[in-house]
Design a protein around this ligand. Sequence first.
Ligand code: WTA
Length: 663
Amino acid sequence: MPTKKAASTHIESALLEKRVFKPSKKFSDAAKIGSLAEYEKLYKASIKDPEKFFAQQAEELHWFKKWKKVMQWKAPFAQWFIGGKINASYNCLDRHLTSWRRNKAAIIWEGEFGDERTLTYQQLHREVCKAANMLRSLGVRSGDRVAIYMGMTPELTIAVLACARIGATHSVIFGGFSAEAIRDRVNDAEAKVIITSDGTFRRGGVIELKKHVDNALKAVSTDGISGCPTVEKVIVLKRTGTEVEMWQGRDFWWQELMNEASDKHDAVPLDSEHPLYILYTSGTTGKPKGIVHTTAGYLLGAYLTTKYIFDLKEDDIFWCTADVGWVTGHSYVIYGPLANGATVMMYEGAPNFPDFGRFWDIIERRKISVFYTAPTAIRAFIRAGDEFPKRHDLSSLRLLGTVGEPINPEAWMWYHKTIGGGRCPITDTWWQTETGAIMIAPIPGAIATKPGSATKPFFGIEPEVVSKEGIPVKANEGGFLIIRKPWPWMLRGIYKDPQRFEKQYFSEFPGIYFTGDGARRDKDGYFWIMGRVDDVINVSGHRIGTMEVESALVAFESVAEAAVVGRPDEIKGSALVAFVTLKSGSTGSEEVKMQLREHVAKEIGSFAKPDDIHFSDALPKTRSGKIMRRLLRELASTGNVKGDTTTLEDFSVLEKLRQVEEE
Ligand code: WTA
């Protein structure tokens, strides 16, 4: 039974969803796109002839050689700006050096303990050139893969842009991933070099990154592959001063190599479709997918969406709080803002160090004007209390953004009032690792917002909500979110797995991109994202595949079987609940639960630890032996099962599970 409080919150939510917030006249007057009519005119033109629209926009980038053909679509494979030669690093750096922007701050960085560095475009360019030469000196060539496993320091951006500069495909691995997860990703990408650091500061402590890399290189997997056979060299940035082992001939200090490297380097002209990066994301099987993005189309997406959705002004200080280990960091800490010549704020540490006022303190001290964060962070701030933001002057903010998961209207209102002072539009941006850059979001000077809705599609993007049969549903009816036509910043594939690519994204509705999200569109044409409809769970804005956690759990000695589902969580959006059957002879206890959590942390990373673990003699299965996750989801969320149980093999299992749930 829902509690009284939950019921009243729900009603408030429904009322809030009906409210409309228009941008102020002042905001719209100063905006790049200042009215709905202007947005609609541009949007219509972009949909009518996307190739013409995107070709016009692409003229704003720097090209070594112009493309011959704008687009080719042989579903599911797209190519954009065919025959063009371009370099993403050049677009983010060199082209700003010919104007006054050369002395503009590109990165304003703050370490967790308050140390700071500012790099102008000219300085960043010099560092990236040196890093490009450093990689070349270690034998990295265009087309090679480089894995990057670092904390949030400027060197992370430098490493990424150095790869892009020489045409090496980067694969950034989030610093929260374990040695096993690093090994799987490095091996799948067949990376030649890993760039890491001794450690990074987080919540007052040190995360020993190099140690994890060492363990990845040593680890022996169940499939018999020992360590990472393709890795020849490891570059180690000294950041925390933590003691590390350096292997002669394999490991090199970043600082030493950089000291020897020349600061002159000509960016390599690359094909438009040259693979810029691979980024692994969770899917519906145990194996993460290496999402491949190529150069020109992706860069155009990052550039254009940053320009219009964050309505960038020359003197903005733009802060996207995402880690570069996730796609949001790729597009809105690095490529998007730097391609626009913006000033980027970058922060190394945790939002609650030394306390929950850290973000607000940074905004006040650094006069941040555009702030982009995740709903899960917002909910954590709400719980921490208003006294933290109230202590700070947040009047420099003019625009706010959210990403990663649906934002509940209450959190939206708090963000609007307490952080935005009621004056800042909020752009709720829907997109995915696969889409590369934002797809649905309010253009802030033009589109009125409704709390909880990502509103309208970006130029050239044609999303739709359809039934299982692929037929568009009526206004306000729920359905599957699809994107009808290819767009320049769409993924080009799953690394080395074209079949999985086609099956995963283009088979549900043949030839049409299926997002894996449910949504509805209201009568005003606003999109409301309802969350994943597959076995991917969004925990604190991190995508976690249930199968990945399940395979980690069953790899534990005493586990016979495991099923992982999500349940709603006030702060994280969703929490992970594991139902575990132990092998006969083993009994479940608090200690085993702890061991299982640690085991998942070791296999994947701490962020994937199940929140609840229930032991059970058996799991509910269909007669054909498939675990009925739907029933477990219901059980985990409501403590009961009301849905259809006709295909259940053994009813007593459910009864026992209910009892477990009540304990
Ligand atoms: C969810 C993050 C609602 C969605 C950029 C999507 C959202 C998944 C929103 C992608 C939003 C992202 N409103 N849901 N504004 N943004 N999502 O690949 O379920 O880490 O499919 O990319 O996050 O997560 P990913």
